[in-house]
Design a protein around this ligand. Structure first.
Ligand code: ZN
Length: 275
């Protein structure tokens, strides 16, 4: 078995891009006003011909403190609340799991209508596994879900950008980080952690962001380490997303966004959500 110290050392030494967002950036600091004020004063000092003119000009500079803070970004209107969006996913999965999926191919008129824009009601951060297609298991159609999929349900910087885009510019009120039973990517991470398995190049990079969840799951001494690691992994990704970007953090604080993890059972077709 690979020791915890070895694994953590490897993680620290290989700062994969996929891990970068996990550290969290938090909301951007309001530094624009300060910079603007300094630039204005410096420019006046440089251009003024004499002290009197300089004093007069400086007196006209609006104090930084007097400037009103920029209004909060409005973003597109939300068609549904986070809880309503979650309800739609639960209802859609219930339909799927009892074998009554109502999905039909969209009409040509509907396809043309979607060309004018999109307003997905949820972002699904899922695994690439061919058995866990989000539109199918949630009984959804074109234009309803914004899907970011990588084997192991992890999020790279590019993935984070995709998520922020969906929330900020498309108005999606819900992010679901979805794992699933018997996930091959998480299984590979478990093998690396417990059996000295070696993966080459991109495969190794793919499982690196999953290793901390495997270590956390090991600490719980579960009877099924793979299953525990899958659940811990999506829980961790959802938690990190809450602090990974200022836009997401702000919408969370305004209750205009919800981020949850979920687990798909390959055998029953049922998705179990965690708050
Ligand atoms: Zn998977």
């Amino acid at each position: 078995m690979v020791s915890r110290r070895m694994l953590l050392g490897a993680l620290a030494g290989l700062a994969a891009p996929a891990l970068a967002f996990a550290e969290g950036e938090g909301p951007a600091k309001p530094s624009i006003l300060t910079k603007k004020g300094r630039r204005t004063r410096a420019a006046l000092k440089h251009q003024a011909g004499d002290k009197a003119a300089l004093d007069k000009a400086l007196a006209s500079v609006k104090p930084m403190e007097a400037e009103a803070p920029p209004p909060p970004p409005e973003g597109p209107p939300q068609a549904v609340t986070p809880d309503e969006a979650l309800g739609r996913l639960k209802q859609g999965n219930a339909i799927f799991a009892r074998g009554g999926a109502s999905i039909a191919l969209p009409s040509l008129a509907r396809i043309a209508d979607l060309s004018k824009g999109q307003a997905p009601f949820a972002v699904i951060v899922g695994c690439s596994d061919s058995r866990v297609g989000p539109e199918l298991i949630f009984d959804c159609n074109l234009g309803e879900l914004f899907v970011v999929r990588v084997a192991g349900s992890t999020v790279s910087r590019e993935g984070l950008g995709s998520i922020v885009y969906a929330v900020e510019h498309l108005g999606a009120p819900l992010i679901v980080v979805l794992g699933h039973a018997q996930c091959g990517a998480v299984g590979a991470a478990v093998d690396v952690a417990t059996k000295h398995a070696e993966l080459h190049g991109p495969l190794h990079e793919m499982i690196l962001p999953i290793l901390p969840a495997v270590i956390e799951a090991e600490d719980q001494h579960p009877s099924d380490l793979l299953d525990a690691a899958v659940r811990q992994n999506v829980r961790d990704v959802a938690r990190r997303l809450k602090t990974a970007d200022g836009v997401l953090a702000e919408k969370l604080s305004q209750r205009r966004l919800k981020i949850v993890s979920a687990y798909y059972d390959l055998t029953t077709g049922v998705v179990a959500f965690e708050a």
